[in-house]
Design a protein around this ligand. Structure first.
Ligand code: FES
Length: 207
């Protein structure tokens, strides 16, 4: 008997159908478990083990290796500030401190209301647009401390259902790595990556 909603179970079936080996679906199914419960629980990982026909220990081995699998409660918005070398040289630490100060949430923690989680992260692949910040893994480049404060205020007040990189880049970003990139159509609906069939606006509408 599954602990997941019927919609989540259908997503799990869709994901599993793409892989010749069920165990290969362990990573996307871990994101499903996070989406279902807000973070990874032992029960959620046991559920993933069932679907993938592997042991809970094997699932935990994967989940504990990657920092994007959150074992603790995460806020509606996960704000990730890059402090690796390119971002650090261009003020990434100041951006992180501005986010921490404006939100009152130190690195690695979540506010009481469950709205904001803050973390500093290693390079997120946007060095050309440093300093870079992500909200629910949606990227914003060229962020200043002042804009970072505005971003925090916007998240707390507007509480958007979907965060979208293009919108946030316009509102809070500066110079981008590549101005000719393809426009983002979707957006993230939770603190997990918005790849299909997880978390995108389109996939939410399909459910
Ligand atoms: S160093 Fe920050 S995105 Fe690469």
């Amino acid at each position: 008997m599954s602990i997941w909603s019927e919609a989540t179970q259908q997503r799990a079936r869709d994901i599993l159908s793409r892989y010749p080996e069920k165990r290969s679906a362990v990573m996307p199914l871990l994101y499903l478990a996070m989406a279902e419960e807000g973070h990874l629980t032992n029960e959620g990982m046991a559920e993933v083990a069932n679907w993938c026909e592997i042991t809970p220990a094997q699932v935990q081995a994967v989940a504990s290796f990657y920092t994007m699998y959150k074992r603790e409660r995460t806020g509606k918005y996960l704000v990730s500030c890059c402090t690796s070398i390119s971002c650090m040289l261009l003020g990434g630490d100041d951006v992180l401190h501005a986010v921490e100060d404006e939100s009152g949430v130190p690195h690695g923690e979540t506010d009481q209301e469950g709205v904001l989680s803050v973390e500093h992260v290693e390079c997120i692949g946007a060095c050309g647009g440093a300093p870079a910040v992500q909200v629910n893994y949606e990227l914003i480049e060229g962020v200043t401390p002042e804009k970072a404060r505005e971003l925090v205020q916007w998240l707390k007040k507007a509480k958007p259902e979907v965060v979208n990189t293009d919108e946030m880049q316009q509102l809070f970003g500066g110079t981008r790595s590549f101005d000719w990139g393809i426009a983002e159509q979707g957006g993230a609906v939770g603190p997990y990556p918005a790849f299909q069939p997880l978390g995108t606006v389109e996939s939410e509408a399909e459910v």
